[in-house]
Design a protein around this ligand. Structure first.
Ligand code: CMC
Length: 391
């Protein structure tokens, strides 16, 4: 119709029906397929959560082992992809590299675009779940000047990812169980979040029937920004800046409240959560545990806690319902695990992968129409053309 409802930022517009993730922003509730995030973070593995999000049910032992086997069979990336990676400057941001490599995968796996049957869809899904961790590991290894490698299919999904990322040449690979458990938990907490910016991007790009990998590449680009996934990197940079500045948190609170200053308290606020972000609560506790188990003391954790305390008591933040979000404490854990700061958002992408896949699959199976928002035009009415000499 010609009656257009204007809703910048889609604050009140539902773009789809979905049976994947339930979120109650007032009560701070998050559930994947009906299961509480608290239970999943505590009791499930990331691969189980991948299966749950994508197929709708928790897997049986047999289903999970078949799923894992199918993924492992797809964990080799075309050798020519290394030449593409090689072409990037070492200074390139890992998110740009990851988005490019994910899109480049289409060229080497053209059949992944054909998803006319659920069987074809399944093939594309296990392919990306196999190859994406390799791209993540390679992106980091390039930064760290480590030789590119492949996975170890004898390991669990997360342990294999960790090994691919961290194994040093001529060194025996060893990892603390606490590290794998922390990684598993963090990725579960990031696995889906209904129609956020990157997920909406994946659905809308996919709605033109671009393939899964191209849609995911667009989702990675959307996640990159500091108002979305990029906040996890921005939080640590902010905390470091506060530390270097003598640790005066109230000065930064003042800056964040100043409407003439573009500075925002990174890792604070959320479009939907207006009470608290349940993921942040779990991550804050996990940060204490992981640092304790690994015997790490990070002064930045104390700055974060101090900042949170001051903000929660401040009228500006209280009246606007601004609370720490998932990104506020996650970076402190990533750092404790030895992950470089500019790789944090890549880790978010790794965690969000199953959510993006599940949402894309749902969109295709429901045969949703092409996404095409309308606008309210505010430009000129008809003008008569002026030749160059008259301008
Ligand atoms: N610091 C200071 N003021 C803030 C902040 C903040 N972090 N967040 C919101 N506000 C203020 C904002 O200025 C506005 O004030 P006023 O009513 O006086 O104009 C009010 O709170 C409402 O904010 P909004 O920008 O209209 O809210 P939004 O729903 O459009 O934005 C947000 C949500 C997450 C983009 C925003 O809170 C923000 O920029 N936060 C910092 C970045 C961040 O942590 N992002 C991660 C989000 S969670 C996980 C993820 O998606 O990756």
């Amino acid at each position: 119709s010609n009656v257009i409802t204007l809703d910048p930022g889609y604050k009140n517009t539902g773009s789809c029906e979905s049976a994947i993730t339930f979120l109650d922003g007032e009560k701070g509730v998050l559930r994947y397929r009906g299961y509480a995030i608290e239970d999943l973070a505590e009791k499930a593995s990331f691969l189980e959560v991948c299966y749950l999000l994508i197929f709708g049910e928790l897997p049986t032992k047999e289903q999970l082992s078949k799923f894992h086997k199918d993924i492992k069979e797809q964990s080799i990336v075309d050798e020519d992809m290394k030449r593409i990676l090689d072409g990037f400057p070492k200074s390139a941001h890992p998110m740009g590299v990851l988005a490019s490599l994910t899109n480049a995968l289409v060229a080497f796996n053209p059949s992944s675009v054909n998803v006319d049957s659920e069987e074809d869809m399944y093939k594309a899904i296990v392919k990306i779940l196999g190859k994406f961790p390799v791209l993540v590991a390679w992106t980091m290894r390039k930064k760290m000047s480590l030789p590119l490698n492949y996975g170890d299919t004898s390991l669990g999904y997360i342990e294999n990812i960790h090994k691919m990322m961290f194994q040093k040449p001529n060194e025996e690979y060893k990892v603390d169980r606490a590290v794998i458990e922390a990684l598993d938990k963090l990725l579960i907490l990031h696995a889906d979040h209904e129609q956020n910016c990157s997920t909406s991007t994946v659905r809308i790009v996919g709605s033109s029937h671009s393939g899964l990998f191209a849609s995911l590449s667009a989702g990675i680009a959307a996640l990159w920004g500091p108002l979305h996934g990029g906040a996890n990197q921005a939080v640590i940079e902010m905390l470091e800046a506060i530390k270097a500045d003598g640790g005066d948190t109230s000065k930064y609170i003042l800056k964040a409240k100043d409407k003439d200053d573009s500075f925002r308290l990174m890792g604070f606020g959320h479009r939907v959560y207006k009470n608290f972000d349940p993921r942040a609560r779990i991550i804050k506790k996990a940060a204490d545990e992981v640092l304790g188990e690994l015997g790490i003391e990070d002064p930045v954790l104390d700055i974060a806690k101090g900042l949170e305390k001051v903000a929660l008591e401040d009228e500006y933040f209280k009246s606007r319902n601004l609370y720490p979000n998932v990104d506020f404490y996650s970076g402190i854990i990533y750092r404790a695990l030895g992950i470089p700061t500019d790789m944090f958002t890549v880790m978010f992408a790794l965690g969000r992968l199953p959510g993006w896949i599940a949402q894309w699959k749902e969109m295709r199976l429901r045969k949703e129409p092409i996404g095409r928002p309308r606008q309210v035009y505010t430009g000129y009415t008809l003008r008569s053309f002026k030749t160059m000499s008259d301008r």
